[in-house]
Design a protein around this ligand. Structure first.
Ligand code: MGD
Ligand code: MGD
Ligand code: SF4
Ligand code: MO
Length: 764
């Protein structure tokens, strides 16, 4: 790579910060924030410099390895692909297509190559036993979007740069930099909000880094958000504050929501939630009366026992107060590659509960079962039992509930392959590991997070380094495996056309596809001069075509869509290459009801499955509040899920994998600062240092996730030296939100006691 400064997007988290990487003599000399990035304006977090650590990490795998009796052995790519395709094929032949399980991890969504190759890969695997990080994450948001707006990824995003009131429940953007709200430099944006006279309210069981900056902060008992939000809805009706405003004509079933909220008064839910009734009422009033306000919920309200209902109610509150699709409220990003419109056209709007998992009968969403049931499906004998497993960019042993049981399950498989560049807690169980290139060695375009950003932007970066001939990108690995598997299924020979198709796909890769999507998207080709002639004809045709006709979808997707008429035009990869810092496509714009995908073109405010789940909420309200310690997670700005602890720069300093505990609880358990605590549940136990602080609500304890690097047989020496303990070793896989199937990662009950032993803190 030439000497000089190269601009690209950091792909580590959802924030999409622009980075300026200075390269000298083929090496990274520095990584700084890109002042000219139209979204992040120079902001980066400490993880950005770890891009270099990741790039240079000698322990990052660069060639395929195979497990042998004498340890891991390197192999040639061709040999590795053959072996994997062979073994997967024979497991499938012997035990049926569902005997292969597949798990897709979080980094896939930061990788446009993977995204393009995943579909054909999964089709070639042919299994219904698919899992991903979604069910440990944003699944309730996807269900709410599907049920209410008719499309699984049409997410309302806070218009934070123009709001006057930001209500943040169960999220910590100061640490996470936002989620389903791509918001680089949250601190700066918050400062600007306050500078305009705006306010932030935070509701969380822990006074987080975000909570500390709030104008108003409330502790809430974990798992009780649905009660709080329902009482806010109740307050709106009681106090005549319901006013969907411009959304009124395209919103239905307001009255059903009113009926559903009966009984959930602020006074009634106060004891359970731990939030004073006056504060709940006041929250509802603030949301209703502020002209520009956004209520936002994320991980804490999503991955809990009532995550489905809570997420729905958050959407409902924004709609009842007229904040949906209005400036300064919650709006919809209009990305340059509109996967939402594309999904609408190809029938990928999403689906739910079309089939159920074999063992626990949990519902699929978009063809995936909840990850909390992976171990059940591997360990329970019978027709359809998983015998072989594929992981792509995932570390479920640390990221999914009951990691100990997953360890056992992966250890029992006939065959496992991991597409991953680290030998870690999950991939150590693989028979073969296929390592892809790392982020700086491939081109980058953020297909996913451009859809959820607080401003419309687009940016393309070519690969910064060439990893050489003996390397493969994720997309190359996935397509090669898919091709070989398809061939085997057809007894070694594909029809000529199919064979040519595969070869062409492998030849061109994701970028020409991306280019085509950019050119045909909302900011694509400029049909300016012909629009006057073409548009009326198109409108006429559209009127007579049935609602679900593919041509309608096509028009919706193309520059012909009227909604996109005024947007800037001319995007393509070439155009973006001329603008290496990225291009600003403007603030969020109202787009409803035109972008709704529901059959009747209305927002469905009261989908029946949520109403049916309210019996459970009534039961929660009538039972006495649980007495015991409730476990929640947390994130830290220097850590990223489970996989960046091999960067010395990120793990140095004070130990961060601690048990946070309120002084009252600590003294009740006989724990003092510096002690080690044992946290136990039916799933397992972990030991970690206690950190006593009144920043956490009494009755709640917190442990970050992604740690627990003590397991044998991994190859991440820095991470092992800072092992910590895995919260998911004590989170039970028996608890899911029965409505959606999401793992209950927040709010499970645990026992805590003093750990006194001369033995080292390592637990299996
Ligand atoms: N530094 C860093 N950034 C990241 C990541 C990372 O690992 N590290 N991960 C990325 C990913 S994959 C994601 S999905 C996002 C997540 O982004 P966020 O959702 O902002 O992430 P968290 O920090 O987990 O915030 C969850 C908050 O919910 C609170 N909470 C827990 N239980 C409850 C509850 O029952 N009710 C309420 N109201 N609050 C509760 C927790 O105390 C915590 O403050 O972050 C992304 N960004
Ligand atoms: N208790 C608890 N559990 C949680 C959470 C929580 O808040 N609390 N958060 C949940 C959330 S939001 C998420 S998103 C999940 C994340 O869960 P996962 O996606 O399962 O785990 P990660 O830790 O992101 O691991 C990513 C893996 O991908 C590999 N990898 C990194 N980059 C690439 C790449 O470019 N290509 C390939 N092929 N591999 C790559 C890494 O080496 C690592 O093995 O964790 C969830 N688990
Ligand atoms: S916040 Fe940090 S990790 Fe996330 S994109 Fe920005 S620099 Fe990268
Ligand atoms: Mo996530």
């Amino acid at each position: 790579m030439e000497n000089g400064t190269h601009f690209r997007t950091c792909h580590l988290c959802e924030a999409m910060c622009g980075v300026a990487i200075e390269v000298r003599e083929g090496h990274i000399a520095s990584i700084k924030g890109d002042e000219d990035d139209p979204l992040s304006h120079g902001h980066i977090c400490p993880k950005a410099v770890a891009l270099q650590d990741l790039h240079e990490d000698p322990e990052r795998l660069r060639r395929p390895v195979r497990r042998t009796a004498d340890g891991w052995q390197e192999m040639e790519w061709d040999e590795a692909f053959d072996l994997v395709a062979d073994r997967l094929h024979s497991v499938r032949k012997e035990n049926g297509r569902n005997s292969i399980g597949a798990y897709l991890g979080n980094p896939n969504v930061h990788n446009h190559g993977s995204l393009v190759a995943t579909m054909p890969f999964l089709r070639a695997l042919g299994t219904q036993n698919r899992f991903s990080a979604t069910s440990n994450d944003q699944l309730p948001h996807m269900l709410a979007s599907l049920e209410m707006f008719g499309h699984q990824i049409l997410f309302p995003v806070p218009d934070i740069d123009r709001t006057e009131l930001f209500i943040c429940i169960g999220a910590n953007p100061m640490a996470s930099n936002g989620s389903l709200m791509t918001v680089p430099d949250f601190r700066g944006r918050l400062k600007a909000l306050k500078g305009r006279g705006g306010r932030m309210v935070v509701v969380d069981p822990r006074r987080t880094e975000t909570g500390k900056l709030a104008d108003e902060f409330h502790f809430i008992r974990p798992g009780s958000d649905a009660l709080l939000l329902m009482a806010m809805v109740r307050t709106l009706f009681e106090e005549n504050l319901v006013n969907p405003g411009h959304a009124e004509p395209w919103t239905k079933d307001v009255d059903l929501v009113r009926l559903a909220s009966l009984g959930f008064t602020a006074e009634a839910v106060s004891e359970h939630t731990g939030v004073a009734a006056a504060d709940i009422r006041n929250l509802a009033r603030q949301l209703a009366t502020a002209q520009r306000a956004a209520l936002y919920t994320r991980m804490g309200t999503s991955t809990q026992a009532f995550g489905g209902v809570a997420t729905w109610l958050a959407y409902v509150l924004n709609i009842l107060t007229g904040k949906l699709d209005s400036t300064g409220g919650v709006m919809f990003t209009q990305p340059a590659v509109d996967l939402i419109a594309l999904g609408g056209m190809t029938g990928q709007r999403g689906h739910f509960a079309r089939r159920f998992s074999r063992v626990k009968k949990l519902p699929e969403f978009g063809g995936e079962y909840p990850s909390s049931t992976i171990a059940d499906e591997i360990l329970t004998p019978g027709e359809g039992q998983i015998r072989a497993f594929v992981t792509v960019a995932g570390n479920p042993v640390l990221s999914s509930p009951n990691g100990g049981r997953l360890d056992e399950a992966f250890g029992s498989l006939d065959f496992m392959v991991s597409v991953d560049y680290y030998l870690n807690e999950t991939t150590r169980h693989a028979d073969v590991i296929l390592p892809p290139t790392a982020g700086l060695e491939r081109s980058h375009y953020d297909l996913i997070f451009s859809m959820f950003a607080v401003r419309n932007t687009a940016k393309y970066s070519p690969a910064l380094f060439d990893a050489g001939k003996d390397s493969r990108h994720d997309w190359q690995i996935l397509l090669e495996l898919a091709h070989r598997l398809e061939k085997k299924r057809k007894h070694g020979r594909l029809p000529v056309r199919a064979e040519m198709g595969w070869r062409a796909f492998k030849q061109i890769g994701p970028d020409p596809i991306l280019d085509m999507m950019l050119r045909t998207g909302p900011y694509g080709a400029d049909i300016g001069r012909v629009r006057g002639v073409v548009q009326p004809a198109i409108d006429l045709v559209m009127d007579i075509l049935p609602e679900r006709h593919p041509l309608r979808g096509l028009a919706r997707l193309s520059p012909l869509n009227r909604h996109w008429q005024d947007l800037p035009k001319g995007l393509s990869i070439n155009a973006l290459k001329q603008l290496p810092n990225g291009v600003d496509l403007g603030p969020l714009r109202p787009c409803m009801p035109g972008r709704l995908f529901t059959r009747d073109g209305k927002v469905n405010l009261a989908p029946r499955r949520y109403l049916r789940d309210l019996d459970r909420l009534h039961a929660l309200l009538s039972a006495p509040p649980a007495n015991g310690l409730l476990l929640i997670g947390r994130r830290h700005v220097r850590s990223n899920n489970s996989w960046m602890h091999n960067s010395r720069r990120l793990v140095k300093g004070k130990e961060r994998c601690t048990l946070m505990m309120h002084p009252q609880d600590a003294s009740r358990c006989g724990l003092q600062a510096g002690d080690s605590a044992e946290v136990a549940s039916s799933a397992g136990r972990i030991v970690l240092p206690v950190e006593i602080t009144d920043d956490i609500m009494a009755g709640v304890v917190s442990v970050p996730h992604g740690w627990g690097h003590h397991r044998d047989g991994t190859r991440q020496s820095v991470a092992m030296a800072h092992a910590g303990a895995s919260i998911n070793d004590v989170i039970s896989d028996q608890q899911t939100d029965p409505l959606v199937g999401t793992s209950v990662l927040n709010g499970q009950m645990v026992n805590v006691k003093v750990w006194r032993s001369e033995r080292p803190r390592k637990l299996a």
